[in-house]
Unconditional design. Structure first.
Ligand code: FAD
Length: 324
């Protein structure tokens, strides 16, 4: 592959975290392939290119009011035109909802292979491989791209931790908008913000998560207290929401929220794949479960086999004493 491109995602004038992680993936592939890394910004405000240029050696900018939002039709048509002269390339984007809206259509327009929600990407003997999960997170698959000169990868949040670079600022190249925005059939009407709860578990660094193992009449203050001591937030598995013990925005999993904390403490959670699917981005999973054969121990970094009613107060006290 001759080029690595990263499409910048933005919302309300701010570059989204998914972009920085895609840049981290791009840097890795760029050094493995010896290919140039270019960030592409389609925006109503070219000033964001300055921020990107601190992290990418080259930034291509197409400035037009149509790109105030991530308009999928405008993005597909524009990328098709501006990438036409490129030879072989890998185009990286975050695996966000906005990007999932157009990633398949974009890969068709570019005549490129597509692998979505990749949690790893690497080059072996000059060939690109990516890993992604299939069948509701039941299996990991390693995919290669037979005879593909162009590949589109979307990158799962939390898979490529981003660290700011101290390299010199990259070059910014302005590109004329190659499409006629008035010819587009799709237009942005307005943002409708998702209902927000009192906590945002998706952006929490420390999560204490409770499952059915807490019993039928639990004292939630015990778990909230542990979360407070750890400087984290309280989350849960689906049965806790089904029992109306916590609101839905606390639920982790495939039908809940996908989280990527630095520490995830699972209390009385068995480790069903629908739950684990929501914590794939967490580097440190600690599980407390009284059943030594609970599936969660197969994926946990550390496990405590025991009754959470005994373990939680001890953990809380121990952490408090360490903080004193
Ligand atoms: C379409 C679909 C979507 C789903 N989406 C989600 C989702 O987004 N998130 C989600 O979480 N689930 C989801 N589920 C449900 C999922 O399949 C599991 O049923 C659920 O995750 C189990 O929750 P749990 O681990 O809390 O409970 P259980 O599986 O019942 O596990 C409870 C665990 O607690 C342990 N335990 C019991 N008492 C104690 C004690 N005193 N001390 C220590 N350990 C104890 C037990 O050994 C057991 O391992 C979904 C299911 C479907 C069908």
């Amino acid at each position: 592959m001759e080029n690595i491109y990263v499409l910048a995602e933005h919302r309300k004038g701010v570059i989204r975290d998914t972009t920085w992680e895609a840049i981290a993936a791009g840097r890795k592939l760029s050094s493995e392939l010896g290919a140039e890394l270019t960030c592409i910004l389609l925006s109503a405000n070219a000033a964001m290119a300055e921020t990107l240029s601190t992290e990418a050696p080259r930034v291509m900018v197409v400035e037009n009011p149509i790109f105030e939002t991530m308009n999928s039709e405008a993005i597909i048509k524009t990328l098709k035109e501006i990438l036409k002269p490129s030879g072989s390339y890998v185009l990286l984007m975050g695996a966000s909802n906005a990007i999932l809206d157009f990633a398949p259509g974009l890969s068709v327009a570019l005549d490129a292979a597509l692998a979505t929600d990749c949690f790893s990407a690497e080059v072996r003997n000059g060939k690109l491989f990516a890993s992604r999960q299939m069948y509701s997170y039941k299996i990991n698959s390693l995919v290669s791209f037979k005879d593909s000169e162009r590949v589109v990868l979307t990158i799962r949040a939390g898979s490529f931790p981003f660290t700011p670079s101290d390299a010199a600022k990259g070059a910014i190249e302005n590109v004329a908008c190659p499409i006629d925005p008035t010819s587009l059939k799709k237009r942005f009407i307005k943002y409708v913000e998702a209902e927000k709860g009192d906590v945002d578990i998706a952006s929490a660094d420390i999560i204490v998560s409770i499952g059915r193992g807490i019993g039928d009449e639990p004292d939630l203050d015990v778990f909230q207290s542990l979360a407070d001591t750890m400087g984290g937030v309280l989350a849960c598995s689906r049965p806790i929401v089904d029992k109306n013990l916590l609101p839905k925005f606390h639920q982790v999993g495939t039908s809940g929220v996908e989280v990527k904390p630095k520490v995830y403490l699972a209390l009385g959670i068995s480790g069903a794949f629908q739950h684990l699917g929501g914590i794939k981005g967490s580097p440190l999973l600690v599980a407390v479960n009284k059943d030594p054969r609970a599936p969660i121990f197969r994926v946990a970094s550390y496990g405590i086999v025991g009754d959470l009613n005994e373990v939680v107060p001890v953990l809380n006290e121990k952490i408090k004493s360490l903080k004193r």
